[in-house]
Design a protein around this ligand. Structure first.
Ligand code: AMP
Length: 425
């Protein structure tokens, strides 16, 4: 039987020594397995970090229930399999490995890249995962109780199964660590920041970075010389001011509840409403939490759905509350974009991304119409054209540029993991 001794794993091309034959075998091993764990789901893609090609995609859902299942997609091959007990992240990754092995893809993986939601102030760069890093991610769970524990479960499961591969954490908050104090501090006693870390952290960092990098390519300028406002509009929404390629302000805060109106989240409200709900209307804190995170936003105002596509249809059919929900949604986006004017002396353009930003002609049109003072004018036919993954400039020739750029957070995770392991900047 052949015994293979791995002699290095850091490079994309792996060299093994075949101990029996005493010859070196070179394996192409340059794909990154990107894992994004939620509390009851696991998304996973096998990605070529250089060109972003998705070789394989898997989605495990309903974890921790007996209905847990995983679906795989590789080219034309599609397969769905029930998960085995205990129906957890590890069961999902085990099933994934079986599929990868069956398709002879297992040996092409050089590292695992994990999306980790909260990196606090400690992590502003892609980070090789160690026991100490895992302890920090666990400590930061107090700032992201729904996300960091799930991310950690994915890391632990992947470490057990891919014990010989390096694991890298890419933090959603990292891109925003460049914000200055005046942008990230709340007007609260300074001691709350110093002693308890209460400040704005921002999220969707990998998405804002990806679309800004691509807008810079369109302008044929280095990202470090570009100024953009980037609007990630999906079920969760955030807008970032990116100056000289770095985030200088963003709409999400200590938690993903601040800022814009979202699918089911209220975004910013008068904090006095919380006292009113508790003291006058008898809400418990848990009820307020559910109200603001799960029952508000597009769903709450429309009383119908959090799905923008369905709301646009209902609105076109004459539903008053659907129309109102979309009006508030678009007005608040425009207001947030305008609020970033103090960040810039010059602005190269505006970027729309995320499920709504990439697809909704209606939302983009309403937002641009309210920003004519900033010299944005919609090109209606270009706007109509940009959807289902089609990128482009949707503004007129005389307007400040406005692009639709589909996001690709998985590619950023793969690319940054790969660059970290290869010592690239
Ligand atoms: P995301 O969270 O980025 O996956 O985005 C989900 C949101 O994108 C949902 O509100 C969808 O209704 C919305 N969306 C997807 N496609 C369209 C479309 N063609 N028109 C309007 N909204 C869309």
């Amino acid at each position: 039987m052949k015994t293979l001794k791995q002699i290095k794993y850091q490079t994309p091309i792996l060299a093994y020594t075949d101990v029996n034959l005493n010859t070196q075998i070179i394996y192409m091993k340059n794909n990154i397995l990107v894992i994004n764990c939620g509390s009851s789901s696991l998304k996973c893609s096998l990605i070529n970090p250089v060109n972003g090609d998705i070789i394989f995609f898997a989605l495990a859902e309903k974890l921790f229930t007996q209905d847990a299942l995983i679906s795989f997609k590789q080219g034309e091959i599609k397969q769905t399999t029930p998960l085995i007990s205990p129906y957890d992240h590890q069961a999902a990754i085990q099933s994934l490995v079986a599929f990868l092995t069956q398709q002879s893809l297992h040996s092409s993986i050089c590292a695992i890249g994990h999306r980790v939601v909260h990196g606090g102030e400690k992590y502003s760069q892609p980070t090789l995962i160690s026991e100490q890093v895992k302890t920090s991610i666990n400590e930061l769970a107090k700032l992201a109780p729904l996300h960091n524990p799930a991310n950690l479960q994915g890391i632990n499961a992947a470490e057990t199964i891919f014990s010989n591969l390096p694991q890298v954490a890419i933090f959603d908050t990292a891109f925003h660590q460049s914000m200055p104090e005046k942008a990230f501090l709340y007007a609260l006693p300074y001691s709350l920041y110093k002693e308890h870390g209460i400040r704005k952290y921002g999220f969707h960092g990998t998405s804002h970075y990806f679309v800004c990098k691509n807008a810079a390519k369109i302008l044929d300028k280095p990202l470090e010389q570009c100024n953009f406002i980037s609007a990630h509009l999906g079920n969760g929404c955030s807008i970032s001011a990116v100056k000289n390629g770095k985030s200088v302000d963003t709409s999400l805060g200590l938690t993903p509840l601040e800022g814009l109106m979202m699918g089911t989240r209220s975004g910013s409200i008068d904090p006095g409403i919380i006292f009113h709900l508790v003291e006058q209307l008898g809400y418990s804190l848990e009820q307020v939490n559910i109200l603001l995170n799960k029952e508000s936003g597009l769903l709450g105002v429309s009383q119908l759905t959090n799905d923008c596509r369905e709301l646009e249809q209902a609105s076109a059919d004459g539903n008053d509350l659907a129309q109102l929900a979309l009006q508030i949604f678009c007005y608040r986006i425009a207001k947030m974009i305008a609020s970033f004017v103090p960040c810039f002396m010059q602005l190269d353009g505006l970027i729309f991304t995320g499920g709504i930003g990439e697809n909704s002609q209606f939302v983009r049109s309403q937002v641009l119409a309210q920003l004519s003072l900033l010299n944005f004018t919609e090109d209606q036919s270009a706007n109509q054209h940009c959807r289902f993954g089609q990128s482009g400039n949707i503004s007129t020739e005389n307007s400040r540029p406005c692009w639709v750029i589909p996001t690709n957070e998985e590619w950023v995770i793969a690319e940054q993991s790969y660059q970290l392991l290869n010592g690239a900047k």
